[in-house]
Write a protein that binds this ligand. Structure first.
Ligand code: COA
Length: 260
């Protein structure tokens, strides 16, 4: 697939989506959000893709936020619409994909950039990465899920401080906060993402999709996550992957999951 503002590569069951507007620190303009929507959907629909890695091009930024130049003169309605459409098209889409998404944060992840990384299923970062939600310094608040996902990941007090101060934390602090799972040198970041992807890919992709649904249910209002777990657990028993996984264990061999 070819895009104006993204690079989309697939290799050995892994799709790498690279946001590619380095001269604007990969800021998310409208076009880039639409392209990301298409790229994530395409990767999720491709049965051969088992893991999606999202990162930013260049050495400076993952994504330095939503493109401020696009919304500077918006009205109340346009602002609300911007957040609603963005959440639906990209951020909620990513969070609920059945294919695992790893955000490889290679530099600044600010505002919508951190929100995109937080929508991913988990995050790794390079040593130079800086993360923050600076929206209140612009007179606005995070609108792509940041006020919800940051407290889920780091706790209410830390999220409140990060949002109110509009400050940035470095990757070491992000690791301490549990915002990222691993920190490595920038040149090793994608290798680490692919190494983790390799471990994920050995497992049943249908079971992983069920696990994503069940874990996400923990954060949905009016949904009992335990009920979702019970339903998804039961569903696994009807899959070919379950038959292969249990059979392979009993036969003392490695499972070769058909992904169905
Ligand atoms: N929206 C639009 N353009 C952005 C952007 C954003 N969120 N972030 C960076 N850019 C653009 C800059 O305008 C500049 O473009 P120009 O060269 O055409 O003037 C280019 O990217 C490089 O950024 P610059 O500010 O010169 O780099 P820096 O190293 O001095 O500072 C940051 C880096 C990340 C600290 C700074 O760019 C910044 O604060 N960005 C905005 C972060 C933000 O508030 N995000 C939340 C948005 S809701």
């Amino acid at each position: 697939m070819t895009f104006e503002n993204l690079l989309f590569e697939t290799n050995d069951g892994i799709a790498t989506i690279t946001i590619n507007r380095p001269s604007k620190l990969n800021a998310l303009n409208r076009e880039t959000i639409l392209e990301l929507h298409d790229a994530f959907l395409a990767a999720n629909q491709d049965e051969d893709i088992k893991v999606i890695v999202v990162t930013g091009s260049g050495e400076k930024a993952f994504v330095a936020g939503a493109d401020i130049s696009e919304f500077a003169d918006f009205s109340v309605d346009q602002g609300g619409d911007l957040a609603a459409k963005g959440q639906e098209l990209l951020f909620d889409l990513v969070a609920n994909l059945s294919t695992p998404v790893i955000a490889a944060i290679n530099g600044f992840a600010l505002g919508g950039g951190l929100e995109l990384a937080m929508a991913a299923h988990f995050r790794i970062a390079s040593e130079n990465a800086k993360m923050g939600l600076p929206e209140v310094s612009l007179g606005v608040i995070p609108g792509y899920g940041g006020t919800q996902r940051l407290p889920q990941l780091v706790g209410k007090g830390r999220a409140m401080e990060m949002i109110m101060t509009a400050g940035m934390i470095n990757s070491k602090q992000a690791l301490e906060y549990g915002l990222v799972n691993h920190v490595v040198a920038q040149e090793d970041l994608l290798d680490l993402a692919y190494q983790i992807a390799g471990k994920i890919m050995k497992n049943s992709s249908v079971a992983i999709a069920s696990a994503i649904k069940a874990v996400n249910a923990n954060f949905e209002k009016d949904v009992d996550g335990f009920d979702v777990e019970i339903r998804e657990f039961g569903n696994c028993f009807g899959t070919e992957d379950f038959k292969e996984g249990t059979q392979a264990f009993l036969e003392k061999r490695k499972a070769d999951f058909p992904g169905r």
